[in-house]
Structure formats: structure tokens, C-alpha cells
Design a protein around this ligand. Structure first.
Ligand code: HEC
Length: 473
């Protein structure tokens, strides 16, 4: 018995457990924090899930152009627990992004970023953007059409940077196009670079948490005055504080357990996202859908007039980061209570509403091809046999309608073709179909000469006066 005690004393002395770890666990926190404060620790818990499942996945995953897809199939279908691990890593990513944002919103609403916790907030914002980087690079590692397409969009974004654009997009893709070397690059970033940054960022974040203490629930009668805040905080803690462990931490433990449980249940019952087709950047069958937390952004991009796109594509993420990062610099004193900061509540409500609306919009279309379009009915085509009718059928079967709409039928990825006969000659249309364009695949190898002339014959009938006769008849 004594021996054991000696061993423990040795470990305790050499490691500093009693001197460093215990005080952290036992440090005094405000009593009133309660359930509001569980989101930060739950974000950390989901990060730990990501690290553990990520390591397991990396043991079987091959970051090579030809084998990545195969190795994921192996993990999903054959490896021991592979499907559950992939699922946990997938839902864990959603959980981490969601919880990090909820945590940030809570801190913003309670203005916990004010003096002396400005750096807590700023380090948190940096970590949030790195987490989004993780979510994004992770999508490519799935190496299916979705991932490849998302990265193509990102590379295009980066390519528009003034001066350094081409070099930047070359760096992201590891070459001129998305290919095997892109995958190696993203793998290195996803498993070494960004996790390293997150560990460092979270470490700093936690250190600052202990340095300045957990903020109290905001109180209308106690606005923050940097000159006196620290003393007042200490005095209040003395009166009403409780030790972090176990008085406050049990709520964190309960909530984190629920979060991990939900991630596990989703993984078991919903399973990992199915791998769609292996990537083929020229294939129009690719269903270009990034993970849900990015839909709103693609919706925004789709609504912009082309002239503005460049600026927003590039500027929005940078501006978003700067604005968030600088929040404590804009105001670090005064009221913390939401009731005294109605504009803060307004920002959160407006932001949430915009997010929901844009997400729904982004999910529905219009930036993505619509693969569910029906063929054109005869009322639109005008005839039910002959070359023109044949061309109308081909416009559906060849996928033109995925992206183009004609009299209300079809997707909105490309321009409307209802009156294209007024605008382009047969030759123009042939050139366009053969060569494709910006966001339109080239069809040269995909249609026969006969099919091509049928499509062109049909499109040539799309004139505004035809439409008038159509609706009258
Ligand atoms: C993946 C989406 C997509 C598919 C599939 C697609 N297009 Fe397009 N198409 C576009 C986009 C985007 C543009 C605009 C390109 C540009 O401005 O460079 C476009 C432009 C055009 C134009 C020129 C329109 C104008 O107003 O100048 C024509 C004509 C056209 N497409 C016909 C077709 C036909 C015919 C098919 C089927 C064989 C087809 N497209 C398939 C996305 C698509």
C-alpha cells in the first residue's frame, strides 16, 4: 500500500498534477452559468470524436487518385466498424461546425467577448475558420463527384484573386486541374496542417479561459468597466462562485455525452453519406452538392450578377472573417445584457433567418443542375413528331434541361433558352453545344451529328412569336 502511495507521489511530483491540473479542475467559476455554457465543451468533445475517428479512417484510406475511391468503398463495405467510423466522422463534422457556431452565438449574445476576454473571442474566430477549412478539405477526400466539384469551385474562387490568383489556384489543386496531386495535397492539409492549427488554437483558447475566468451571466446593472471589472469579478466569485469540478462541469459532461451519443446513433442508423459516382469532371451526371453547411454560400453566389461574383466570391469570406475577428475591438466595454443590446439580438435573428432561407434556396436549386426535370410537354414544343420534336426530346435526354429552362421547364444553372432562336444563329448554337462554355460541359463527343442538328432545329424554333402562337393555340 505504502509502495503504491510512493509511486503516486512520484508521478504527482514529477508531472505536476496537484500543482497544475487539480487547480484547473477546482478553479472557482460563477454559479449562474448553468446550461448556457455547455456548447464550448461540447465543441471540444466533437473535435475529440473527429480526431479519434479520423485516425482510424486514415489507417485504411489511400490518398491517391486511383485508389482513394476504392479504399473508401473498402472502409464502408468491408472494414471492421468502417461504416460506423465513417458515419461518425461525417456527423461529427456537422456537429462540430454547428456547435462551434452555436457557442459563438451564445458568447456574442452575452457579450462575453468584452474586456478582458477579447483574445478569447479572437482565437475562437480563428479556430472556427480553420474548422470550416477542415469541413471543406474533408469533402474532397471523399473523392466522389461532389467533392471534386466543390474543390473546382473553390479553385475557381482562388483563381480570381488579383495578381496571385493563378499561383494560388495552382497551389490548391497541385496542378492545373483537380487530380491525384490535389488529393495528396488536401490529405496533408486535412490531417496535418489544419488539425495542428486547431490543437494550437484550442490550447490558446483554453489557456485564456483559465486566465480570465468564465464570464458570469450578463446583468443589466453590471456593465463592464475595464478599470474596475477584474476586482468586481473576483469579489463576486468569492461570494457566489463554485468549483468548476464537479459543480459546473457535470452539465458539460452530460451535454457532451448526449452529443457524442447522437453522433453515434446517426452513424449507426443513418450511415455515412453514400459515395456517389467516382469523379469525372467532364461528366454532367455529377450531382454537385457540397455538404449542407455550405449550401447557403453557393446560393448567394448563384444569385449574384456575374460582374459582382468575382468580388463577392473572394471578398465575402475575407470580410466575414475580419468583421467577426474585430468584434471586440469595436466595443469591449459597457452593457453585456442582451436586453440592453437589442441590435445584437437583431443581428443574430437576422443572421439565423438569412441562413435558413439561403440554405433552403441553395438546396432547391438554382446554382445546381436540376436532375429531376420532366421532358418538355407538347404544349411547349408545339409539334409531336419530326425533327423538332426529336430535338426537344434530346434536350431532355442529353441533359440540356438540367441547366436550361424553356417556358418554365428545366433547371436554372445556365441561361434561359425560351427565345434562344431570336438571339443565336444555328451556327452559334452548334459551336456552343460542341465547345461548352463557362459552367457548361462540351458536348462534342457526346452527341452525333444527327442529334446535334435535331437539337439545333428545335432551339431555332424557340422565338418569342412562336411562344405567342403556342399559348394561343
Ligand atoms: C451543367 C449545366 C449545363 C448543361 C448540361 C448544358 N448547358 Fe448550356 N449553358 C450552361 C451555362 C452555364 C451557359 C452559359 C455559358 C457561358 O456564358 O459561357 C450555357 C450556355 C448555353 C447556350 C448559349 C445561351 C446564350 O444565351 O448565349 C446555349 C445555346 C446552350 N447553353 C445550349 C445547351 C444545350 C443544347 C445543351 C444540351 C446539349 C446544354 N446547353 C447543356 C450550362 C449548361
Amino acid at each position: 500500500m505504502n509502495r503504491l502511495l510512493d509511486v503516486w507521489k512520484w508521478i504527482d511530483d514529477r508531472s505536476g498534477y496537484s500543482d497544475y491540473v487539480l487547480p484547473l479542475m477546482k478553479h472557482i467559476v460563477p454559479r449562474d452559468a448553468r446550461w448556457w455554457y455547455v456548447f464550448g465543451s461540447a465543441t471540444l468533445a466533437s473535435f475529440i470524436v473527429q480526431v479519434l475517428t479520423g485516425i482510424c479512417l486514415a489507417m485504411a484510406y489511400v490518398p491517391g487518385g486511383d485508389q482513394a475511391y476504392e479504399s473508401l468503398k473498402f472502409i464502408t463495405d468491408q472494414a471492421f466498424m468502417g461504416s460506423v467510423l465513417r458515419g461518425m466522422h461525417y456527423y461529427g463534422a456537422s456537429a462540430m461546425v454547428t456547435l462551434a457556431v452555436v457557442h459563438m452565438v451564445q458568447v456574442f449574445l452575452h457579450a462575453s467577448y468584452k474586456f478582458p476576454r477579447e483574445l478569447n473571442w479572437m482565437s475562437g474566430v480563428v479556430v472556427l475558420f480553420v474548422v470550416l477549412g477542415m469541413a471543406f478539405t474533408g469533402q474532397l477526400l471523399r473523392w466522389d463527384a461532389n467533392g471534386v466539384w466543390s474543390v473546382t469551385v473553390a479553385a475557381e474562387m482562388a483563381g480570381r484573386t488579383p495578381i496571385i490568383g493563378p499561383a494560388l489556384s495552382h497551389f490548391i489543386m497541385g496542378g492545373e486541374t483537380v487530380g491525384g496531386s490535389t488529393l495528396s495535397r488536401f490529405f496533408a492539409i486535412h490531417v496535418f496542417v489544419l488539425p495542428g492549427l486547431i490543437f494550437a488554437g484550442v490550447g490558446l483558447h483554453l489557456m485564456l479561459l483559465f486566465r480570465h475566468g468564465v464570464s458570469e451571466m450578463p446583468n443589466r446593472d453590471e456593465p463592464v468597466d475595464p478599470a474596475t471589472y477584474r476586482e468586481e469579478y473576483e469579489a463576486r466569485l468569492k461570494k457566489t462562485g463554485v468549483p468548476f469540478w464537479p459543480d459546473a462541469a457535470w452539465r458539460d459532461a452530460v451535454f457532451s455525452t448526449v452529443v457524442v451519443g447522437v453522433i453515434l446513433l446517426c452513424a449507426v442508423f443513418l450511415g455515412p453519406p453514400s459515395l456517389d459516382h467516382p469523379p469525372d469532371p467532364s461528366s454532367i451526371q455529377a450531382n454537385p452538392m457540397p455538404d449542407w453547411y455550405f449550401w447557403w454560400y453557393f446560393a448567394v453566389l448563384s444569385m449574384l450578377p456575374p460582374g459582382l461574383e468575382t468580388w463577392v466570391i473572394l471578398g465575402a469570406p475575407v470580410l466575414g472573417f475580419l468583421v467577426l475577428f474585430c468584434v471586440p475591438l469595436i466595443s469591449n466595454r459597457g452593457h453585456r445584457a442582451p436586453s440592453a443590446r437589442p441590435w445584437a439580438v437583431g443581428i443574430v435573428i437576422a443572421g439565423a433567418a438569412a441562413f435558413v432561407a439561403l440554405t433552403i434556396f441553395g438546396y432547391r436549386e438554382p446554382w445546381s443542375p436540376d436532375f429531376g426535370v420532366p421532358p418538355l410537354p407538347e404544349s411547349v414544343v408545339g409539334v409531336d413528331s419530326g425533327t423538332v420534336a426529336e430535338g426537344a426530346k434530346l434536350a431532355h435526354s442529353k441533359g440540356c434541361l438540367y441547366c436550361h429552362h424553356i417556358d418554365g421547364y428545366g433547371g436554372h444553372r445556365g441561361p434561359e433558352l425560351s427565345y434562344i432562336g431570336d438571339e443565336l444563329t444555328a451556327d452559334d448554337i452548334i459551336i456552343r453545344i460542341n465547345n461548352g462554355g463557362y459552367n457548361m460541359p462540351a458536348f462534342a463527343g457526346n452527341v452525333t451529328t444527327a442529334e446535334l442538328s435535331a437539337i439545333v432545329a428545335f432551339l431555332q424554333t424557340r422565338k418569342s412569336k412562336d411562344v405567342v402562337t403556342d399559348t394561343s393555340g
